[in-house]
Design a protein around this ligand. Structure first.
Ligand code: 13P
Ligand code: SF4
Length: 367
């Protein structure tokens, strides 16, 4: 039997020809195979994907849209998911048994999703219950593993995305007095603050130390899991101040995975779809500094020459894991399907998928 390491190496092992083929040939090959496969294959792509890959997506979207589209697609036998691992897991959970979800490179994870594991959550839960009694509903950002979603599902909770977090938190408060918000403390805090919850009524839970950071009290409304996005944490208040100083006409537009200080000091905050819409509707000649992943900012810049667009942090790099999905891996995934030997299939075990679906469905009915 192959060891885990051997399996990992095998699933990510690109044949030599894919390492040397030029972009034009890869594009031609990919297009040919997509045409041949027809409705057998469906390609959803997240807005953070590279141009070389997103050009082939049948649909583009933010996390919520991609979850909704996956739930609706019943036709395609193969779904090549151009995004990261948790999104492919969600697609697998929401599609039928006979559909196969493929992630072109298994290394396309999410550093934030890795910041909450089931062991930590099961260790924390009894302590939280001891502090607050049976008053907590666990809610998780979709940027989390299927196991974390399943935990939320079996404890009456739901998933949220950056475009429906306030709606879902409002729903959660109709169920229980308090929310445990996983794994992104920033989205949790920003959403809580937007709903009018004072910062002092939100306490941070440190999953490594297995304790509270700050004081948990009767007033506590939200328990924030101490996770973050390593890309969005790099946008700072100094970046905003520096842009405002340089350009008094600048408008600051950020993703709510940025810290509370950054979101507070910005002009607008919202999901990737919200950011795109805001830029599409912007008046010609206006100036923008955008705090989100680089591929999207670059694309907006190219698509809107009538606007002046910068990255909020000019030293900013792209999301490295999103970028794992490149044209060679994408084309190889298509080739393996064509050969009848699909690789990198994302399959969430049935028992986990069933409970995770409860959490996802509670979100999807509200969206
Ligand atoms: P959206 O839901 O806004 O697309 O965000 C997903 C994500 O991973 C942002 O880092
Ligand atoms: Fe995860 Fe951040 Fe990358 Fe989004 S940008 S996929 S949250 S690491």
């Amino acid at each position: 039997m192959m060891s885990l390491l051997e399996q990992f190496v095998k699933t990510n092992d690109l044949p030599e020809k894919y390492k040397t083929m030029n972009q034009a040939d890869l594009e031609k090959k990919a297009k040919q195979m997509i045409d041949e496969l027809g409705s057998k294959v469906y390609i959803p792509g997240h807005h953070y994907q590279k141009d070389e890959v997103i050009q082939f997506a049948h649909d583009k979207g933010d996390s919520l849209q991609l979850a909704q589209i996956s739930a609706k697609n019943t036709e395609a036998e193969y779904i090549i998911f151009c995004g990261v691992h948790f999104m492919a897991e969600t697609a697998d959970i929401l599609t039928s048994e006979d559909q196969k979800v493929i992630l072109p490179d298994m290394r396309a994870g999410c550093s934030m999703a890795d910041m909450a594991n089931l062991h930590q959550l099961e260790r924390a839960w009894p302590i939280l219950q001891e502090t607050f009694g049976d008053t907590i509903i666990p809610m998780t950002y979709v940027n989390s593993t299927a196991e974390i979603k399943a935990f939320c599902g079996r404890h009456g909770g739901a998933t949220v995305t950056s475009s429906n977090a306030d709606k879902m938190m409002r729903w959660a408060f109709t169920q229980k007095k308090r929310i445990l918000f996983l794994p992104d403390q920033h989205l949790g805090r920003n959403t809580g603050a937007k709903m009018g919850i004072p910062l002092k009524d939100m306490v941070v839970w440190n999953p490594i130390q297995n304790n509270y950071e700050g004081e948990a009290s009767e007033e506590t409304k939200v328990i924030l899991w101490k996770g973050h996005c390593s890309v969005h944490e790099k946008f700072t208040l100094e970046n905003i101040n520096s842009w405002r100083e340089k350009d008094p006409k600048i408008q600051i537009l950020v993703h709510p995975e940025c810290s509370y200080d950054v979101v507070e000091a910005s002009d607008y905050a919202g999901s990737t779809q919200y950011i795109i819409k805001k830029i599409e509707e912007a008046e010609a000649g206006t100036h923008w500094a955008i705090g989100t992943e680089m591929n999207l900012v670059q694309r907006l810049k190219q698509d809107h020459p009538e606007l002046t667009i910068h990255s909020l942090n000019t030293m900013m790099c792209a999301c490295l894991t999103m970028n794992r999905i490149d044209l060679p891996h994408f084309t190889y995934a298509l080739e393996k399907i064509t050969e009848g030997d699909p690789q990198n299939i994302i399959k969430v075990p049935n028992n986990i998928a069933k409970e995770a679906k409860l959490a996802l469905d509670r979100m999807l009915v509200q969206s």
